[in-house]
Design a protein around this ligand. Sequence first.
Ligand SMILES: [Zn+2]
Length: 358
Amino acid sequence: MPRGSKELLGRLCNVDGPSGFEDSVRSLMRELMEGYVDELEMDKLGTLVGIKRGKNDQPRVMLAAHMDEIGFMVRYITKEGFLRFTPLGGWMDQLILGQRVIIKTRRGDVLGVIGCKPPHIIPSEERKKLVERKEMFIDVGVKSEEEVANLGIRIGDPIVPYGPFEEIAGGKAYMGKGFDDRVGCALMVKILEEIGDDHPNTIYATATVQEEVGLRGAQTSAHLVKPDVAIALEVAIAGDIPGVNPEEAQAKLGEGPVICLFDVSLIPNLRLRDLFMDTAKELGMKYQVEIMEGGATDAGRIHLYAEGVPSIVIGVATRHIHSPIGILSAEDFENTKNLLIAVLKKLDSQTAASLHPS
Ligand SMILES: [Zn+2]
C-alpha cells in the first residue's frame, strides 16, 4: 500500500549510510521498491536498480538518487579515549562543532559529541578564530583507549550526524539529516508507487552509492542500466536564508521543483530541460531554476556513459545543505514528484529520440 510522503521520507532519513557504508539504506530501499518493480538488480559496488516495465522496453529511463549521506570516519583513537575523524563528503568545519554524532560500530550505535577546548580557557583574541576540524575530537564519555574499544569502536568505523526526522512549521516543512539525498530516494519510491503501468518506457530506479565522494556508483551503474535518458533526483540549494543574495542562489522553499541549469559536472540536455519547463506549465505548477557554480551530481557522470546520455537534475529546494540538519517544504516534495511523473508519462521512444542534437 502506498505510504504517505512524510512517513517515507522520515524512514529514509532516519537510517544511516555515509559514503561507502550504505548497507542499511540499501536494505530499506530494497524493501520499499519490492512490489512496485519487476526486477531488482545490483552492481558490484552496491548500487541498487529497480526495473519497472511500462508499455515499452525502450527508452530506458534512468532515475538516479544517491543513498549515501555526508558523514565521517574514525581516523584515530587517543590514549585518553577521544576520537579524531576524517570527513566522508564535503563539510564546512564550523558547522559540525558541538553537534551530536552516532558512531556505527559492529556492536551497535554509540552516541558522541564533537568538541573542542571550552571558550573559558581560550584567550579572547583566539576565540574569534574558526576552529578547524583537525583540532576537534569526538567525546563518547570515556577516559581511555581501552574503554573506547570496549564500546566496540574501531578505526574506520563510519560516523553520521544525530538528527531525528521531524515535521515542523505546522506540517508545512520537514527537518532532518541526510536530505541529500534521501529526498531523491523518497521521490523515486513515490514515483514507482504512483505511476502505475501507464508509462511508455522502462524505468530504472537507481539508488547509487558513494556520490558524495566522487559520483562513483553513478559511473558503475550506468553500465548496468545502459540508459537512453537520465534524470538525477536531488536536493537544490535554497537561498532564502539571511545573508544569501538571490544572485547567488535563487531557489526558495515552497516555490516549486528546481530545474538545474548548470553545475560543474553537467549542462543538462536542453530539450529535456524544455520538456520539464513545458510540462510544469501544463500542470499549472510553479518551478524554479538553479545555477550551481560549486558541486556535482550523479548526472554529471551518467551523461558521459557510452556515446552520451541526455540528462538533467531535478531538485527539491533545501535549506542548510551539507550541514547536519536540513529543512525543506512538504509541498515542494509533492510537486516535484508530480512533475516527474508527468514527464515520465511523456517519455516515449519518439520523445527520447527527439532529445538528441539534430
Ligand atoms: Zn546529493
